[in-house]
Design a protein around this ligand. Structure first.
Ligand SMILES: [Zn+2]
Ligand SMILES: [Zn+2]
Length: 236
């Protein structure tokens, strides 16, 4: 599906915007199906005018829309990521390209972190608390470094957080699937979680982000007792 057609000199930029437009589906038999986007953000059909390629600098696939490019749009190529599937942990991070690195909390309902690394250096992070008992999640903060803004990193981090429903996906070693497949299983188990978020700062950029968030409203976090207890144990 992602055949490698690379016109020389056209790809490889590390500052491409990133779209969370890739989706991995876990089939009942344990195999994965990859769903690439069908359209560019301007709704041009990929079958007519899109080219998938590999961006070595980010270690991600990308979509180039020839119609957007021919129409003179500066943004006509986007790196693609599946924020639910393409997460790793600190031990398994490669330190190359763009990586979502999950940093679990010390205890289950405590505040954990998903960092976005560019060549091994953190450039943004989402902090969140999830409770599997109450099926609640609170997205507490999304931060992206100033020099890498306007690349869609904040959205990728928020969606990575919303897919993170279980920090500790302990399963027997013999179970089929790597840790990312186990994370997908957690996503499936997590259908029906309720997510809330803390107040978003009052800047035009932050307001736009808040409007985009797939939540009924922002600024009214709903913590359960497990989260409050875990947070209280953190502060001596
Ligand atoms: Zn297009
Ligand atoms: Zn709870």
């Amino acid at each position: 599906m992602f055949e490698d057609r690379r016109p020389p000199g056209e790809y490889g930029s590390a500052d491409l915007p990133v779209r969370p437009a890739l989706r991995h589906e876990l089939n009942p038999d344990g195999t994965l199906t990859v769903h690439p986007p069908q359209h560019c953000p301007r709704r041009h059909a990929v079958t007519d005018s899109g080219t998938f390629s590999w961006v070595a600098a980010l270690r991600l696939h990308s979509l180039l829309c020839h119609r957007c490019r021919d129409d003179g749009h500066a943004d006509h190529q986007w790196a693609l990521i599946d924020p639910a599937y393409e997460q790793t942990d600190a031990e398994e991070a490669t330190g190359a390209g763009l990586e979502l690195v999950a940093v679990p909390p010390d205890e289950a309902a405590g505040p954990g972190r998903i960092e976005l690394h560019l060549d091994g250096h953190p450039v943004g992070a989402a902090t969140l608390a999830v409770c599997t008992a109450d099926r609640l999640g609170v997205l507490e903060h999304v931060q992206v470094d100033g020099q890498v803004r306007r690349r869609g990193y904040g959205r990728v981090l928020a969606l990575a957080a919303f897919s993170r429903l279980d920090w500790f996906t302990d399963v027997p070693d013999w179970m089929r699937g790597d840790h990312r497949v186990r994370a997908l299983r957690a996503v499936q188990r997590g259908v029906g979680y309720r997510w809330t978020t803390t107040l978003i700062e009052d800047t035009p950029e932050a307001r736009g982000f808040a409007e985009w968030l797939p939540l009924p409203k922002v600024g009214e976090p709903r913590y359960c007792q497990h989260m409050l207890d875990a947070a209280a144990r953190l502060t001596p």
